[in-house]
Design a protein around this ligand. Structure first.
Ligand SMILES: *[C@@H]1O[C@H](CO)[C@@H](O)[C@H](O)[C@H]1NC(C)=O
Ligand SMILES: *[C@@H]1O[C@H](CO)[C@@H](O)[C@H](O)[C@H]1NC(C)=O
Ligand SMILES: *[C@@H]1O[C@H](CO)[C@@H](O)[C@H](O)[C@H]1NC(C)=O
Ligand SMILES: *[C@@H]1O[C@H](CO)[C@@H](O)[C@H](O)[C@H]1NC(C)=O
Ligand SMILES: *[C@@H]1O[C@H](CO)[C@@H](O)[C@H](O)[C@H]1NC(C)=O
Length: 273
């Protein structure tokens, strides 16, 4: 899901009167990630806050934490993004969630290329019980589950997204413990301007929206390793120039995450209570 703008908040506020889905299946079937109206795109990017405590540019978002490569090397396109993470256990809660994903163009897009190619794991805790689902999505289409790939806490998964063109991409997910893998070939949905710009890649923990922003689960920390991006020209790009995003919930002053870039190929997103 994209960064949320004020316009999107307005839209989502209208839906918040609807009943919360009562079962996990109902949620999974009905969950959609809102696409932003084109007019709001310019508002999406939070302005940089401070680079003082970090060698990396740092910014804030009301629904994202993580790391983004906001643009490819001059004249190139991002065509591959990958990262490995362990699926977190969540602290007990009556209702909370977090989504962990890797994507292309969540940060960058142009007026005529508004696609977002992404895949990850949604983690929900409800009345103390945690459920997970592994999904993939090409915005503005909704998300779909991988079937026959039941995710549990502690699974170490590698996500690799390869864009063969602005309109076609393949998602590879591998269970590092077993080598078991699932693959999905996706095409841009048949909607205007749904192709990719191939201008950003990102590794994200998202506090997403489901009839309003779901309370953020205590996910402990998420350690992304093996992170890299490649361009169509074959350049490998690591995290040395990446931008850090921390989550500041609407109405809060302080971030709810602390994100660090630990090396050229690893980063950690930690929950802050
Ligand atoms: C998504 O996955 C969950 C958990 O495995 C399952 O209960 C649900 O039916 C799936 N939804 C769809 C749309 O396949
Ligand atoms: C990954 O492998 C572990 C260890 O065999 C297994 O318990 C788990 O269910 C697997 N998860 C997925 C998503 O394949
Ligand atoms: C990348 O950018 C170049 C130049 O803009 C373009 O010709 C090409 O189609 C783009 N896509 C890929 C996948 O390389
Ligand atoms: C890194 O990612 C590649 C996929 O490109 C995968 O084959 C490999 O197992 C991963 N390595 C680690 C240490 O996770
Ligand atoms: C980092 O960014 C600077 C300024 O844009 C650029 O000159 C440099 O080549 C970049 N380094 C890497 C490793 O991408």
């Amino acid at each position: 899901m994209r960064l949320i703008s004020t316009l999107a908040f307005g839209f989502l506020a209208l839906t918040s009167a609807l009943a919360r889905p009562s079962t996990f299946v109902e949620r999974a079937v009905r969950r959609g990630r809102p696409a932003l109206p084109a007019a709001s795109l310019a508002e999406q990017k939070p302005s940089p806050v401070s680079a003082a405590s970090s060698a990396h540019p740092t910014t804030r978002s009301s629904n994202w934490a993580g790391v983004v490569l906001p643009s490819p090397p001059q004249g190139e396109n991002f065509t591959v993004v990958q990262g490995t993470f362990a699926v977190p256990a969540l602290a007990p809660s009556s209702y909370a969630a977090a989504s962990i994903w890797v994507g292309v163009d969540g940060w960058q897009q142009s007026a005529d290329a508004q696609g977002l190619f992404q895949a990850g794991v949604d983690c929900w805790v409800e009345d103390g019980e945690t459920t997970y689902d592994a999904w993939y999505e090409w915005v503005p289409d909704g998300s779909y589950n991988f079937t026959g790939f039941a995710v549990s806490a502690g699974d170490v998964l590698t996500y690799r997204l390869v864009a063969a063109s602005e309109r076609e991409g393949t998602i590879y997910v591998e269970n590092e413990t077993t080598g078991e893998a699932v693959t999905r070939l996706l095409a841009a949905p048949p909607l205007a301007n749904s192709q990719l710009a191939l201008q950003s890649v990102e590794w994200i923990m998202e506090d997403f929206f489901w009839y309003g922003q779901v309370p953020l689960a205590n996910f402990g920390s998420i350690h992304f390793t093996n992170t890299s991006a490649k361009t169509g020209a074959g350049t490998t790009v690591g995290l040395s120039n990446a931008t850090i995003i921390d989550l500041v919930l609407s109405g809060d002053d302080e971030p709810r995450t602390a994100t660090t870039i630990d090396s050229d190929s690893s980063a950690t997103i930690s929950y802050v209570s």
